[in-house]
Design a protein around this ligand. Structure first.
Ligand SMILES: *Cc1c(COP(=O)(O)O)cnc(C)c1O
Length: 367
């Protein structure tokens, strides 16, 4: 082809699309497999969200409400913020991209960590930004090194707290000390996709930092604790002036009708939310000692997932577990060749995972 393709696009690596569950099952000759790989909610979607969506189906010939009016009003009350501080996206992934579109001009630098959520660096590169990547220290964001990586060209810093894939957090005090040392021209994006799961005493409240000299945007999602990953709805909390810039670059109907209705209903489903947190914490508390007994090293986490060092090639373990119908995430692509990431499931799923991992370790020890 004679097309001209910019180097920043040509050198991107497409996100490895996981095969549909049904295809994997056919390939491996298994049925009834369980997916504990993508940090989804094992309880399924909130039942209140399902009911609300069913009621909205007859209106699907209409375009969505481009302002997300009712969802914004409901969520603003829930968070005690002004609706003008909220920007919704097709997943918080879209809000990440809106921030980059609005604030990164080609050649601008963006500071991220490694390993962290892969979407930040990919989107930065796609939009012509320059990634400055700072390694984690002891599996935690190295806030001192991140601050030292800031230059006059830096426009954004992405920090997920807790971090995916390590599940670690920094404290309110650490974040406050970090912020005051930054130039006021840098926007700090605090991705709080897993904030719901953080232990009360460790939870940093991003809202407290929104009005400071250095601008902060908090990102949240309905994909994890609210069980709506398939609908794609997330949001940012920010100063209304920053929100105004994101509205300039977003598509008018970026959040679909069912997502808006379901997210609103999920906010009213306190029982589902509470059960999600209970199940997740109980599941992690059960799994970690069980897998430790098997000889694995587990890294406790403030999320619904945790890292496990198997001490052997994680891709072999991933394959062996797939054959037993248990899907986990191998961490080789994140630079941890002997680690897997496990999303906490239901009691039955956790038990099945522990059994298949035990069998897998046996097999691989004798291979
Ligand atoms: C899962 C996840 C998200 C959520 O993305 P959505 O687009 O809202 O589904 C955002 N950030 C991190 C770090 C995540 O792990």
């Amino acid at each position: 082809m004679k097309l001209r393709v910019a180097e920043n696009i040509a050198s991107l690596v497409p996100y490895p699309p996981g095969k549909p569950l049904e295809e994997l099952e056919r390939e491996y000759g298994v049925t009834g497999s369980i997916k504990m790989a993508s940090n989804e909610n094992a309880l399924g979607p909130s039942p209140k969200a399902l009911t609300a969506m069913a009621a909205a189906l007859p209106n699907l010939h209409r375009y969505p409400d481009g302002s997300c009016h009712y969802l914004a009003t409901r969520l603003a009350a829930h968070l005690a913020v002004d609706p003008a501080q909220l920007v919704f996206g097709n997943g918080s992934n879209e809000v990440i991209e809106l921030l980059i579109k609005a604030f990164v001009t080609p050649g601008d630098e963006v500071v991220t960590s490694h390993p962290t959520f892969l979407v930040y660096a990919t989107m930065v590169q796609a939009h012509g930004g320059v990634n400055r990547v700072v390694p984690l220290a002891n599996l935690r964001h190295d806030l001192d090194a991140i601050r030292a990586a800031v230059t006059p060209r830096t426009s954004l810093i992405f920090l997920d707290n807790p971090n995916n894939p390590t599940g670690t957090v920094f404290t309110r005090e650490e974040f406050a000390a970090f912020l005051v040392q930054l130039p006021e021209t840098v926007l700090v994006v605090l991705d709080e996709a897993y904030v719901d799961f953080v232990a009360d005493g460790l939870r940093l409240d991003a809202r407290e930092f929104l009005g400071g000299a250095t601008p902060v945007v908090a990102l949240r999602t309905f994909s994890k604790a609210y069980g709506l990953a398939g609908l794609r709805v997330g949001y940012g909390i920010m100063d209304p002036e920053i929100a105004g810039y994101l509205h300039r670059v977003r598509q008018p109907f970026n959040v679909n009708t069912l997502a808006q209705v379901a997210a609103r209903a999920a906010l009213d489903d306190a029982a589902f939310y509470a059960e999600t947190l209970r199940m997740t914490r109980a599941g992690m508390a059960w799994l970690i000692p069980r897998l430790t007994e098997l000889g694995c090293t587990c890294y406790p986490s403030q999320t619904n997932f945790f890292l496990v060092d198997l001490g052997l090639d994680c891709r072999l373990a991933y394959e062996a577990m797939l054959r037993k119908g248990v899907i986990v995430r191998p961490m080789s692509a994140y630079g941890f060749p002997t680690f897997i990431r496990i999303t906490v499931g239901t009691t039955a799923e956790n038990e099945r995972l522990a059994t298949s991992l035990a069998a897998t370790l046996q097999e691989l020890a004798h291979a």
